[in-house]
Ligand binder design. Structure first.
Ligand SMILES: NC(=O)c1ccc[n+]([C@@H]2O[C@H](COP(=O)([O-])OP(=O)(O)OC[C@H]3O[C@@H](n4cnc5c(N)ncnc54)[C@H](OP(=O)(O)O)[C@@H]3O)[C@@H](O)[C@H]2O)c1
Length: 335
């Protein structure tokens, strides 16, 4: 199947929904305890998300651990092929092509996209997963040119970036503009616990000026903003790996923010997750929360169809700013 309709050069309009779904957990045993027995539930998550209007799915060619590398793209391609329900024609399959150290040429980006297309069957949005500017600036040019080639050759519906800050974005923007290639999206870590590139660096304003839509990844701070890790019982296992680090760093100081979220949630008859996601939407970004179960997805969908008012957003901003530390930035995030 061909990618979704392409925007004309000079316009960045692809039909993005107010919220999407992340699929990092699909195939990831190490951090997310994935097991193939979850696939049926993940397919239900896919189907319900599309039907409810959260039809943007974010994956990556590096997703899946060990032998399961590529599993996230494979599952997504498989689920999409057999889905016949509402919004079928609106589904957006967005993948991220990793800037691996051995990907050095524009041809290597085309080969990576071909492999992802085989798993997904089509790519509606191809994103460069991270910038190499912080450690191998010479590598980035060919990768960006390769991304542009994908669009020019009609191999993908649109192109986007990930983990770029405003300074680096402005430096490379002309490279795409000169070829008449719109950058449709930029995704960065963004949540009440991670505002660095958007607020501190002013990324939203730059994206607005350039007509680029901002996608918020890890909008629940890997689950911490659901509040579920606050008072674990003696039998509950605390999260492991990267989540374990965040858990030890943030859980002890989170109560004031969660209290503020809780007060708004009670007023509005919403949950903490819904407040966290709606805050991203109120800030003009598209959150892509990961959901491993239908119940989690249903809860997250409750963030749609209403909007926090400016007083509530201000109160949440103040409560988040008052914490004495935030989450850890991806080391690839540029300024
Ligand atoms: N561009 C990048 O470099 C980059 C980096 C990271 C992520 N991403 C993308 O962003 C997506 C989302 O970020 P993320 O997965 O890191 O974190 P997240 O969306 O903040 O958290 C997702 C996790 O929280 C838990 N959860 C979700 N909804 C819940 C609910 N309603 N109640 C309780 N728990 C809930 C689930 O894990 P448990 O059930 O295990 O608790 C879920 O996997 C990823 O899937 C990926 O597509 C991109």
């Amino acid at each position: 199947m061909a990618p979704s309709p392409r925007p004309s050069a000079g316009s960045t309009a692809i039909a993005l929904p107010p919220m999407g779904c992340g699929t990092w957990a699909w195939g990831n045993r190490l951090l997310w305890s994935y097991d193939p027995s979850m696939d049926g539930e993940l397919e239900r998550v896919f189907r319900r998300a599309v039907a409810a209007g959260a039809y943007l799915f974010d994956t990556g060619d590096s997703y899946g651990t060990g032998r399961l590398k590529g599993r996230s793209e494979e599952l997504l391609g498989q689920f999409n092929r057999t889905y016949l329900g509402p919004n079928r024609d609106r589904v957006l399959l967005a993948t991220k092509l990793a800037a691996y150290p051995w990907r050095l040429t524009r041809g290597s980006v085309r080969r990576a996209a071909a492999a992802s297309t085989e798993r997904l069957r089509r790519i509606d949005l191809a994103q460069l997963h991270w910038s190499t500017a912080n450690y191998a600036p010479w590598q980035e040019g060919p990768l960006l040119d390769g991304l542009g080639d994908l669009y020019e050759r009609g191999l993908v519906g649109a192109v986007g970036l990930s983990n770029f800050g405003p300074k680096r974005l402005l430096e490379i923007y002309g490279r795409f503009r000169d070829r008449g290639i719109p950058i449709a999206t930029l995704q960065v870590q963004y949540s009440l616990l991670s505002t660095y590139p958007v607020t501190e660096l002013g990324l939203k304003e730059v994206c607005d000026d350039l007509g680029i839509r901002l996608i918020a990844y890890s909008p629940l701070c890997l689950g911490l903003l659901t509040g579920k890790f606050q008072n674990l019982g003696p039998r509950d296992r605390p999260p492991q790996g990267l989540r374990g680090i965040l858990y030890r760093r943030l859980v002890p100081i989170l109560d004031p923010l969660l209290d503020c979220m809780g007060a708004i949630a009670r007023d509005r008859q919403k949950t903490l997750s819904q407040i966290a996601l709606n805050w991203c939407i109120a800030k003009g970004t598209i959150p892509i929360p990961g959901a491993k179960t239908l119940a989690q997805l249903e809860e997250n969908l409750g963030a749609l169809g209403w909007l926090l008012d400016s007083g509530e957003v201000d109160a949440l901003d103040r409560a988040a700013a008052a914490l004495d530390r935030a989450t850890i930035q991806n080391i690839f995030q540029t300024r």
